[in-house]
Write a protein that binds this ligand. Sequence first.
Ligand code: SAH
Length: 216
Amino acid sequence: MMRKDSFRHIGMRTRLVEELRRKRITDERVLEAIGRVPRHLFLESSFIKFAYQDKAFPIGAGQTISQPYTVALQSQLLEVKAGEKILEVGTGSGYQAAVLIEMGVKLFSIERQGELYQRSVRLLRELGYQGRFYLGDGYEGLAAQAPFDKIIITAGAPVIPRNLLMQLKVGGMMVIPFGDKKQVLMRIIRINEDEFEQEEIEECAFVPMLNGVVGK
Ligand code: SAH
């Protein structure tokens, strides 16, 4: 497989970044990271020419790579700072993971589908993205690695997983698409041991967060 970046792709990314700016993504570190990650390598080759359109695309196993706007918005809402410990649920293509790693975080990411997990971990390693990747059920989180500064859920969650809230540091925050068929993107902040504050951001549509692990 050809894994190359080129001036043409860099030019297309620059235009994507401008488009995201027009859509009110203002966090420069997010925009810089999106400007650096070769998104075309995270799509199947038949979709490569669409890689820098602001659209979601299928990545196999019935899953999708999130739309760049969504990746940018979730990353911006997280108010990411270099060095933070972040848990991602739903590695999927690995693209959101790559954007966060570009921003200098310590990333932990969980995927439930074996096939995607294997493929994405291999690609991320080939591209030099350092993170800790787990095949597992995101509903459980990663108790052994907790607490996290931030948690990002990239699948639509019909309930807000309590396990995950408990794995947040006090002062930490979670960004989660909450709901069944259609979701509302929510940001939840742990204000102390027992209290959380939540804010609704906007409507969104993610593939569902499901239980259990499939494949290996
Ligand atoms: N962040 C991804 C988005 C992938 S779509 C990207 O940048 O491409 C959502 C992903 O969440 C899918 O790969 C799906 O398999 C995964 N997923 C759904 N429920 C899950 C769960 N309980 N634990 C871990 N991953 C889950």
